[in-house]
Design a protein around this ligand. Structure first.
Ligand SMILES: NC(=O)c1ccc[n+]([C@@H]2O[C@H](COP(=O)([O-])OP(=O)(O)OC[C@H]3O[C@@H](n4cnc5c(N)ncnc54)[C@H](O)[C@@H]3O)[C@@H](O)[C@H]2O)c1
Length: 321
């Protein structure tokens, strides 16, 4: 990284600021029109990343979204590696790939266990090779108000939903850098943009995912590793069973296949942000612009957020897979 804040005199300081602001404004106009054009352009006219032959590793590959991600990447001729703590879920995904004639390299891993992650990452490197696309997708939720949340559940949520991202990224990023090719997908949530009832742990870990993605993005760009793609995914509720029982008032839950299709599309387009549905992004600025009391009225009266979350049943004892 070039030292950019060393000035010999005040004139040099002011001049460099003027130059940088001018370049920033010119580039901003360019980026604005580029975004408008790319958003309007049908996907078949866009230059997409070629991922054929690449190895993609999906954590939580046995889950609702994970299974469709595995299928989608296999159809794009990728080598698919799935990690999951749930053996039955892994088998279901492996079988789905085999039914279509694809191979699936499956590993039972508890991603909240740092040593297991490092150990199995070495095994993957030995048995399959370098990982090109890492999808940090696994997640768990308990869905209880703070004072009813067992300490163990809080720790487990942090272990799976955010700490694991450090272990997997540290395991696979060095080779992406040495190979000058890679992509890290961070699956957060709309609850990582907007605090949610009965989710003090879940929502906080999803906010942390946003911070993780943005900070790592800035580190990689500042150090010149622009060839590594980074995509942050923030989906609204998904009909995978994770939030079984919850009845959102305004929008229906998304289907896991739709979410997986959009994530793959984002990777191929090399997009940095993927909020699902995309219209949610239009409402996010309201959180900063409206008075806090108005935001609460919107949440409680219009969206009925807490009321719909209170209907949560979950999958029973097994919250995952
Ligand atoms: N379901 C939703 O409404 C929703 C909404 C927004 C974001 N998300 C996020 O999307 C991602 C995928 O969610 P989903 O709906 O497919 O959930 P899911 O529960 O269907 O799948 C999650 C998978 O992660 C696995 N997993 C859990 N703990 C693990 C561990 N310690 N080690 C390895 N694997 C583990 C589970 O066995 C399961 O197969 C998650 O990160 C979730 O937080 C979900």
């Amino acid at each position: 990284m070039k030292p950019g804040l060393m000035y010999d005199n005040p004139f040099e300081y002011v001049w460099s600021l003027i130059v940088d602001v001018t370049i920033f404004m010119i580039k901003s106009v360019y980026f604005f029109f580029e975004t408008v054009i790319l958003t309007c352009l049908p996907i078949r006219f866009r230059k997409l990343k070629d991922v054929s032959g690449q190895t993609v590793l999906i954590t939580g590959g046995g889950g609702g979204v994970g299974k469709f991600l595995a299928l989608n990447f296999a159809r794009l001729k990728c080598k698919v590696v799935i990690w999951d703590v749930n053996r039955d879920a892994i088998t279901a995904t492996s079988d789905a790939l085999k039914d279509e004639g694809y191979e699936c390299f499956a590993y039972v891993v508890d991603i909240s266990d740092k040593l297991q992650v490092y150990e199995v990452a070495k095994k993957v490197r030995r048995e399959i090779g370098k990982v090109d696309i890492l999808i940090n997708n696994a997640g768990i939720v308990t869905c209880r108000p703070l004072l009813e949340l067992p300490d163990k559940a809080i720790e487990a949520t942090y272990g799976v939903n955010i700490l694991s991202h450090y272990w997997t990224s540290k395991a696979f990023l060095p080779e992406m850098i040495s190979d000058k090719c890679g992509h890290i997908v961070t699956v957060s949530s709309v609850t990582g943009l907007l605090g949610t009832y009965a989710c003090t742990d879940y929502s906080a870990t999803k906010f942390a995912c946003v911070g993780f993605h943005e900070s790592l993005f800035s580190e990689l760009r500042a150090h010149g590793h622009d060839y590594i793609g980074m995509t942050l995914v923030c989906p609204y509720y998904i009909n995978s069973g994770m939030f079984a029982g919850v009845k959102p008032r305004l929008l229906p839950m998304l289907e896991p296949k739709y979410v997986a299709d959009k994530i793959v599309e984002s990777v191929l387009k090399n997009e940095v942000n993927c909020t699902l549905p995309a219209t949610v992004r239009l409402f996010l600025p309201l959180k900063c612009l409206l008075p806090a009391k108005t935001c609460w009225e919107l949440m409680m009266r219009i969206m009925k957020g807490p009321q719909s979350m209170a209907l949560y049943k979950g999958r029973g004892k097994a919250q995952t897979g």
